[in-house]
Design a protein around this ligand. Structure first.
Ligand SMILES: Nc1ncnc2c1ncn2[C@@H]1O[C@H](COP(=O)(O)OP(=O)(O)OP(=O)(O)O)[C@@H](O)[C@H]1O
Ligand SMILES: [Mg+2]
Length: 270
């Protein structure tokens, strides 16, 4: 009889996990130095005919790495894979050789933590965002929930006018929720929004910040308009739907929209 036992061992916040021995079911594993903190080690044990584990255990160690790259951007690599049986996206900030190594590490690390924190805070503000499962500060990568759906960029192109209106309203409302909590996204484009389970999910907060000023929020709205100009020019005459919904859900919206217009005109005349 072949039976399969899957054990999950979560490492503590220990910078040197090689010191840790995992003891389970009489099996002892020494963890390699190459493994970084926070990783969850998944052990799959296959036991034949109930012979003692120490003799016949076949085990495989998985950490959430080495999965298919689905996108390679200027800053980050996006991989898709499984993590504790869940579909995940792993976003890694890749080292840049033109930066001093120490500075490079700290910058990548800081940006990863900043993005993870903003994703979490945005969700608290009422905006659907992926759950962050793991942050690896050694490799500047985060593991998050995979949102299974179409980018809003693609969804808008294939939706009927009524559906487009609903999408634009939801977009305006979510941006209002972010801004009224002082969060700016920093890269509001329809590629950074995904429709899934009937809701609009916001991703890619890598350029975001909190405690935002009127100017920063104005830039957010201005950049969204610019992204519509390039990606959805046919919808520009419906951009007002986003702004109406934004205004309905954020008491300072008038001021921000005025600022966004001012930023737009500055761009035109400088
Ligand atoms: N949680 C997620 N679920 C599903 N798809 C995702 C998720 N995160 C990222 N993606 C996919 O990967 C693409 C790129 O991700 P993201 O926008 O975070 O990276 P990026 O634009 O390359 O990053 P950056 O702007 O930080 O350099 C997204 O447009 C989306 O298609
Ligand atoms: Mg992006």
């Amino acid at each position: 009889m072949l039976c399969s036992i899957v054990l999950f061992i979560v490492l503590s916040d220990d910078d040197d996990p090689s010191a840790a021995d995992a003891r389970s079911q009489g099996t002892e594993l020494s963890m390699g130095r190459s493994m970084s903190c926070h990783h969850v080690i998944c052990l799959e044990l296959k036991v034949k005919d109930l012979v003692p584990f120490s003799e016949k255990v076949i085990y495989r160690l998985f950490i959430a790495r080495g999965m298919d790259i689905i996108q390679r951007g200027a800053e980050a690599e996006i991989r898709r894979g499984k993590w504790l049986g869940r579909d995940v996206i792993i976003k890694s900030r890749v080292p840049k050789s033109y930066r001093l190594p120490e500075m490079d590490r700290s910058l990548r690390n800081m940006r990863t933590r900043n993005e993870a924190r903003l994703i979490h805070e945005a969700r608290e503000a009422g905006v659907p965002t992926p759950i962050i499962y793991d942050i690896d500060t050694v490799n500047a990568e985060m593991t998050m929930e995979f949102i299974d759906g179409l980018r809003v960029k693609d969804e808008l192109g294939r939706s009927a006018p009524d559906e487009v209106r609903d999408l634009l309203r939801e977009m305006g409302r979510s941006i209002a929720y972010l801004h009224r909590c002082g969060i700016v996204h920093g890269d509001l484009t329809t590629s950074n929004m995904i429709m899934s389970k009937g809701r609009m999910w916001f991703i890619d907060f890598s350029l975001g910040s909190r405690c935002a000023s009127v100017e920063e929020m104005g830039v957010d709205i201005h950049l969204l308009k610019e992204s519509f100009q390039s990606a959805h020019p046919e919808l520009l005459d419906r951009f007002h739907i986003i702004l109406e919904s934004y205004k309905e859900n954020f008491e300072r919206a008038d001021e921000i929209v005025r600022k966004a217009k001012e930023i737009g005109s500055r761009g035109r005349y400088t």
